[in-house]
Design a protein around this ligand. Structure first.
Ligand code: DX5
Ligand code: ZN
Length: 229
C-alpha cells in the first residue's frame, strides 16, 4: 500500500443496507470508492451499537481494496487482534477511549495493520502531537460520533494545525462526519486527503440501482479537487 495525499473517498457502510453489506461494498467499489469505511460502535463509548469483528471478517472477502475500520469502542486493546484477524487494513482507535492510546497504537502496528487515531470534535490537535510517529492516519471527527446523517461541524482550524504538525510524515488526515459536495472543499482545502461519507454516498441508490453511488462519489471527489460540475 503506497502513500499519497490525493483525495480518497471512503463510503461508510453505516449508511448502507445492513442486510446486504457484501453486495453494498462491491457496489460502491465498482462505482469508484477508494476505501471502505467500517464503523464499529459499542453502545458504551458512543450511544449506538453496530457490529463487531465477526461482521468485519464476513465483509472482508467482498472488498477488493482497503478496509478502514473505525473503532468507537472502549476499551480497545482486548479486541485489536480480532479486528486484525478480520482483515482490517487500517484500525483506528479514539484518543478519548482510554488512558493509553500510545500502547493501543503500538498494539495495532504489532499486528501488521496500519494504526489510526481519531479525535472527537472537542479534542484538540495537540492530543496526537506525541503520537505522530506511531500512527498512519489521524481521523478528525466533524460530528460527534455515534450516528450517520448528522450536521457537519467545521474543524478547519484543527485540520490545518494537524497538517502542519504532520509535515512530511506519511500520515493521512481523514475526515468523518457530514462530508458532502458542499463540505468536501472545506476539509480538502484545510489539508485532508481521506473523506469518509455515509449518507452523501448511499443516498438515492441501492445494490440493484448502484449508478447514484457513482454520481455521488464523483460529486464529492470533484468538489474536493476544486472542480465544480
Ligand atoms: C459517525 C461515523 C461516521 C458516519 C458518517 O459516528 O463514524 O463514519 O457514518 O456518516 P455521514 O457521512 O452520514 O455523516
Ligand atoms: Zn466512522
Amino acid at each position: 500500500m503506497s502513500f499519497d495525499r490525493s483525495i480518497k473517498i471512503a463510503p461508510s457502510i453505516l449508511a448502507s443496507d445492513f442486510a446486504n453489506f457484501g453486495a453494498e461494498c462491491a457496489a460502491v467499489e465498482a462505482q469508484g470508492a477508494d476505501w471502505i469505511h467500517v464503523d464499529v460502535m459499542d453502545g458504551h463509548f458512543v450511544p449506538n451499537i453496530t457490529f463487531g469483528a465477526a461482521t468485519c471478517a464476513a465483509i472482508r472477502p467482498h472488498i477488493k481494496g482497503i478496509m478502514d475500520v473505525h473503532l468507537m469502542i472502549s476499551p480497545v486493546d482486548a479486541y485489536i487482534e480480532d479486528f486484525a484477524n478480520a482483515g482490517a487494513d487500517f484500525i483506528t482507535a479514539h484518543v478519548e477511549a482510554g488512558p493509553h492510546i500510545h500502547r493501543t497504537l503500538q498494539a495495532i502496528r504489532a499486528t501488521g495493520a496500519k494504526a489510526g487515531v481519531a479525535l472527537n470534535p472537542g479534542t484538540p490537535a495537540e492530543a496526537v502531537e506525541h503520537l505522530l510517529d506511531l500512527t498512519d492516519l489521524v481521523c478528525v471527527m466533524t460530528v460527534n460520533p455515534g450516528f450517520g446523517g448528522q450536521k457537519f461541524i467545521d474543524m478547519s482550524a484543527k485540520i490545518k494545525t494537524l497538517r502542519n504538525m504532520i509535515g512530511d510524515r506519511p500520515v493521512h488526515i481523514e475526515i468523518d462526519g457530514g462530508v458532502d459536495p458542499k463540505t468536501a472543499p472545506i476539509v480538502a482545502g484545510a489539508g485532508a486527503d481521506v473523506l469518509v461519507a455515509g449518507s452523501a454516498v448511499f443516498k438515492g441508490g441501492s445494490v440493484s440501482d448502484p449508478a447514484p453511488y457513482g454520481t455521488n462519489i464523483r460529486a464529492i471527489r470533484e468538489a474536493a479537487n476544486g472542480v465544480y460540475v
